[in-house]
Design a protein around this ligand. Structure first.
Ligand SMILES: Cc1cc2nc3c(=O)[nH]c(=O)nc-3n(C[C@H](O)[C@H](O)[C@H](O)COP(=O)(O)OP(=O)(O)OC[C@H]3O[C@@H](n4cnc5c(N)ncnc54)[C@H](O)[C@@H]3O)c2cc1C
Length: 458
């Protein structure tokens, strides 16, 4: 079912009479399976006796999107048209801004259905579109288990305050979403796509985007790949999640974050598969849902209720105060943003983490924590450290530019955390030292990163 709290009108325009279709403007939820906005569009099309059309407009030139990001996104988008065709739904993809694309096809639509996105710039462009659209616009949330305002009406201070609120709502929200049969097929409708998805590498190479951050071999985009990766993970590696998820080299992570970031898989679908998994005990399931639901949705809560989520101003006042008080502390190691980017520090483990990120687009959560805390420790000021960490995060991670990116980078500086014992440079902000590296096979991690990077370069 689609919970009513996921559905919201964005304007008060009427439905267009004598329309050709119901339009679903695909934005964040880039998938055909388990997509509430798509199923809502199909329901409405069936009710109005119309076919459904899905449109996608490529936001070329969007800040920070580089060849690596586009390759992963477009590998997924290339699957969408054929999957929709199987269900009798039309698809058009344009090399034109998302809003222009949606306005173009809204002209013949009874109504437009769009996705929900909690990030500032996208919220603005949905509002702008809804004002200009010639018909009703309905927004359907599909990227969190519990819609952010339903889970909580305010900015939460930590996971412990959000967790009970989410837990209460899980029985209502962790439910399957059936695919609606399409009553009026769109096979006879023809639309001019200007985005040629038949050769994604060629398309990516011709985009106006930073081409120096290359697509990776380690991860390929798309719902089929996401589902296969999840299936394999649950069969083979999930049963150790609770025990060894903190060890970067243990292979206990699911690698779902890139697919979640591009909406190629639904978080509800992942959670239901995890809960139904024959492998893994209750402790593994609880630990996984803590990350996928509580931590991930805490990040969504942060970017929704904190207007400055992309700047140092989002660091809590107590943490800014203590970091400020330690501004003048001696820093035995000091690196420029460029030295960080090239992995030229004195610490071979840190350099390996940077190499994993730069060359393969991914890093395990615990290495991300170590990586980021050291940027704070080895930068000239906390503000410079924040900027360096966020820039590198968003440049190299396939899952960068996510709610999780902004929130977790801010976590490095004290967000969602409490004051700890005072240390040089960090003040009362939690530090991570060499002991972190003793908790797992750090040398094995370095060897594995070198192997992965060699594959990328070969
Ligand atoms: C400094 C720093 C930067 C980070 N930057 C990003 C980022 O750019 N994009 C991003 O998606 N995540 C980011 N994270 C969060 C986390 O590290 C990744 O989501 C996780 O490592 C992804 O790998 P996985 O899917 O294999 O994780 P798994 O361990 O398999 O977890 C399953 C899912 O749970 C969620 N999750 C796991 N850990 C966290 C966490 N700490 N906070 C919120 N959600 C979590 C993710 O959606 C993940 O896909 C960052 C963490 C830190 C400390």
């Amino acid at each position: 079912m689609i919970q009513p709290t996921r559905i919201k009108p964005l304007n008060d325009m009427p439905l267009r009479e004598r329309a050709a279709y119901v339009l679903y403007w695909m934005g964040l939820s880039q998938r055909v399976h388990f997509n509430p906005a798509l199923e809502y569009a199909v329901e409405e099309a069936n009710r109005l006796g119309l076919p459904a059309l899905v449109c996608y407009g490529l936001a070329e030139g969007v800040p920070e999107a580089n060849a690596r990001h586009w390759a992963f996104l477009l590998e997924g988008m290339a699957e969408v048209g054929p999957e929709l065709a199987k269900r009798g739904i039309a698809f058009v993809a344009r090399r034109q801004t998302p809003v222009e694309t949606a306005l173009l096809y809204a002209a013949d639509a009874a109504l437009v259905v769009c996705d929900r996105n909690y990030q500032k710039p996208v919220r603005r462009f949905y509002a702008d579109f809804a004002e200009r659209a010639p018909c009703r616009v309905m927004q359907v949330e599909g990227e969190v288990v519990v819609p952010v305002e339903t889970a909580s009406p305010k900015h939460e201070v930590a996971a412990r305050t959000l967790r009970p609120k989410l837990r209460r709502l899980l029985p209502e929200y962790l439910v399957p979403l059936d695919e609606r049969p399409v009553a009026h097929r769109a096979d006879h409708l023809r639309f001019e796509s200007t985005l040629d998805l038949s050769d994604v590498p060629k398309l990516v190479a011709g985009l106006n985007a930073d081409q120096s951050v290359r697509p990776v071999r380690r991860f390929k985009g798309g719902t089929a790949r996401a589902e296969a990766t999840l299936g394999h993970y649950l069969d083979a590696r999930f049963n150790r999640y609770a025990q060894v998820r903190g060890r970067s080299e243990a292979g206990a992570a699911s690698h779902m974050s890139p697919y979640l970031h591009y909406g190629q898989i639904s978080p509800v679908a992942i959670a239901l598969k995890v809960l139904a998994a024959a492998t893994g005990g209750e402790d593994d399931k609880t630990a996984y849902l803590e990350e996928l639901v509580v931590r991930r949705e805490l990040a969504m809560n942060h970017i929704f209720y904190e207007p400055n989520y992309d700047s140092y101003e989002a660091v809590p006042a107590w943490a800014r105060k203590t970091l400020d008080a330690h501004r003048g502390d001696e820093r035995p190691y000091l690196y420029t943003p460029e030295q960080f980017e090239q992995g030229l520090t004195h610490d071979r483990y840190w350099n390996a983490a940077m190499m994993e990120m730069r060359e393969t687009g991914y890093m395990h959560n615990h290495m991300r924590m170590y990586w980021g805390k050291k940027i704070l420790e080895w930068s000239a000021s906390p503000e410079e450290a924040f900027e360096t960490a966020l820039r590198l995060n968003n440049k190299f991670f396939i899952d960068g530019r996510d709610a999780n990116s902004f929130t977790n980078v801010t976590w490095l500086f004290g967000l969602h955390d409490r004051p700890w014992g005072s240390r040089p440079v960090y003040g009362n902000v939690r530090s991570l030292g060499a002991a972190t590296l003793k908790k797992f096979d750090a040398d094995g991690y370095v060897r594995e990163v070198e192997r992965l990077a060699a594959v990328e370069r070969s």
